[in-house]
Design a binder for this molecule. Structure first.
Ligand SMILES: [Zn+2]
Ligand SMILES: [Zn+2]
Ligand SMILES: [Zn+2]
Length: 337
């Protein structure tokens, strides 16, 4: 492929470039600058493309749940999955990478989807009842499985950006799924730690210690939500399945129901305590590149965007947290009632 990617509608195909100084990957996806609200001052779309009745505003749906006989791309769905209109990764990006002195990159070949959480414009994950949230997690898992099974996909990242301050350009609650041809650095760091302590899983230990330290916010038979010992920000939460397992794709119905329970309770408590703050939520699971990751323990993480990280965090990769994790957990427990 050409050095600068294929031209499409005046934009280059997205690329994944490796920083020669740090080894970290960045995705260059210039087409995303066209999405509503991506550039400060740009006008926002008048109608919500994720609300029922506006299905024609999105690319054709690839998956849905809840339809009782209604046709695709019409109302009647409970959960709807569409390709991202402004994808960071595309299936046809090309196959071959390049290396030209220190300029190393690969085509951003993959997929980028949006999972619309419900037909209701104002119904956030923390306000859903647990049963409905469990169905939604089932949809996340269905798309996760779909991509994880592809040979060219090394990692599937599921994220939720809640509200604009957390990066959401559309406020209608939704998740994004990224099928990546590389394993991201944040996951590599966690894999290294769990491999180093194989047989003594750091997340199994942390979930246990969270209880000893009074940092648990919500729990049930299958899951525990807690404020991490080295929390990066006030009210950061980690969600760990109590059964050690690395693979999100293999989680059973009961496990997803347990996750929906702690997730909705914790996010509900956060919303009540802080007046529905913006947050980022993501899944971390073992890569799907066919290697052995039995040492790894999948989980979810959530960081509220109430403190703006700044120069020190960028300079060092270290976070400055101004709140004692145990106190954050106490306040969330009180809020949860
Ligand atoms: Zn909407
Ligand atoms: Zn574990
Ligand atoms: Zn993680």
């Amino acid at each position: 492929m050409a050095e600068d990617g294929e031209r499409k509608e005046g934009f280059s195909a997205p690329e994944i470039r490796r920083d020669p100084l740090s080894g970290a990957w960045s995705i260059l996806a210039t087409g995303r600058s066209r999405r509503p609200g991506a550039v400060p001052g740009a006008s926002r779309e008048p109608a919500c493309p994720f609300c029922p009745g506006n299905e024609s505003m999105t690319p054709p749906e690839v998956w849905s749940a809840g339809r009782k006989g209604s046709a695709p791309d019409t109302p009647g769905w409970e959960i709807r999955v569409v390709p991202n209109l402004y994808p960071a990764l595309v299936p046809e990006a090309g196959e071959r990478g390049w290396r030209k002195s220190s300029r190393v990159g690969i085509p951003a070949q993959g997929d980028h989807e949006v999972i619309v959480h419900s037909p209701e414009h104002g119904l956030s994950l923390g306000a859903m009842d647990a049963r409905r949230a469990a169905g939604l997690l089932g949809a996340w898992q269905a798309r996760y499985r779909h991509f994880a099974a592809m040979a060219r996909v090394r990692y599937v990242q599921v994220i939720v950006n809640h509200k604009r301050e957390a990066g959401a350009s559309l406020e209608h609650p939704h998740a994004q799924v990224f099928a990546l041809p590389v394993v991201p650095r944040a996951v590599l760091d966690e894999l290294r730690e769990s491999r180093r302590r194989a047989g003594n899983c750091p997340l199994c230990a942390e979930a246990e210690e969270a209880r000893e330290d009074d940092r648990v916010v919500a729990e049930n038979r299958a899951w525990r939500a807690f404020v991490p010992y080295a929390a990066r920000a006030p009210f950061e939460l980690r969600f760990a399945p109590l059964r050690h397992a690395g693979d999100f794709a293999a989680a059973g119905r009961e496990e997803l129901a347990g996750l929906a329970d702690v997730l909705t309770r914790s996010l509900g408590a956060l919303s009540k305590l802080l007046g529905d703050p913006a947050y980022n939520l993501w899944v971390h699971a073992a890569p799907c590149d066919g290697k052995d990751y039995q040492h790894y323990h999948w989980h979810l993480e959530m960081i509220p965007r109430i403190v703006i990280s700044a120069g020190f965090e960028l300079a060092t990769g270290m976070y400055l947290n101004i709140m004692e994790p145990r106190e954050a957990a106490r306040q969330l427990r009180v809020s949860a009632g």
